[in-house]
Write a new protein. Structure first.
Length: 275
């Protein structure tokens, strides 16, 4: 075997190992209940769609589309909040000169090292005083306040790679800081914005901890919480339908990633302008 062929075989084998959990999940979602734990066979002996029929029949008194809509609402709101607020904060730190910029940027970076559990109780108290508990606001509103320092840092580094001559040219054309950001920096910031949008969507879609803390009404539950309801609503574990619903929860993430994969790679690999 030639070296390129050996390399390709090795890569395919590694890919199969990495994809095995996903393949197993999809395959198990088509297994009858007695097959799920009875053996280690990857493919079902008697494939069935009853698991999906049971899922689409409703979970906890609501349809799966209801929980899907809640997840989309929270995830899209978080994406919009991070893209808007983090880009504005990053532009201020990277291009504007104001008193205390250095200490403020350092303080913001320090928040990355804080575990989520440290700020959970103060945040919960604040939202409780505002009457926002058991609503989507605690999950979306912080995103509009540039609380994700990682994405701010990502955009700051990207903006610092842009030639300052572009800002000077925009100033000569009569643009102020807002005009420069809107007409010059923002269009060039697209790869970093797409990277922020993809990771925010994935992290928010899969988030269980924050949602289980702030959401109490089943009508406002998202897919991760609905999955837990589905497991607990019967006296025995319904593994087949549980895996079926897990597959449905993965589909939007896969489609979102495939739609913006090229821009994600560009955002991770590009710094500034291409030569």
């Amino acid at each position: 075997m030639t070296r390129p062929l050996v390399w390709h075989v090795f890569v395919v084998l590694v890919l199969l190992v990495l994809l095995y959990p996903v393949i197993w999940l999809v395959s198990t979602s088509f297994k009858p209940a007695e097959e799920v734990l009875s053996g280690l066979a990857l493919l079902p002996k008697a494939p069935t769609t009853d698991n999906y029929t049971q899922v689409f029949g409703g979970v906890g008194g609501f349809s799966v589309w209801h929980y899907l809509g809640n997840s989309l609402l929270v995830s899209v709101g978080a994406v919009l909040g991070n893209v808007i607020s983090c880009s504005l904060a990053a532009y201020a730190f990277a291009r504007l000169h104001f008193r205390g910029r250095g200490p403020m940027f350092g303080f913001m970076m320090g928040t990355i090292m804080l575990p989520q559990h440290v700020v959970l109780i103060p945040q919960y108290v604040i939202f409780q005083k505002l009457g926002m508990v058991d609503t989507f606001w605690p999950l979306v509103l912080p995103k509009f306040l540039a609380t994700d320092a990682f994405f701010v840092f990502l955009m700051v580094q990207f903006i610092r790679g842009l030639p300052r001559e572009l800002d000077e040219a925009a100033t000569l054309d009569g643009c102020g800081p807002v005009g420069t950001f809107r007409h010059v920096v923002l269009p060039l910031l697209r790869p970093a914005l797409v990277t922020t949008a993809i990771f925010t969507f994935i992290w928010t879609w899969n988030d269980f901890f924050s949602q289980v803390v702030y959401l109490n009404d089943p009508s406002r539950f998202t897919l991760p919480l609905a999955l837990q309801i589905f497991v607990d609503q019967s006296t025995q574990s319904a593994y087949g339908p549980m895996f079926a619903m897990s597959v449905l929860a993965l589909v939007p993430i896969g489609l979102f990633f495939l739609a913006f994969q090229r821009l994600l790679v560009e955002g991770a690999a590009t710094s500034g302008l291409k030569g």
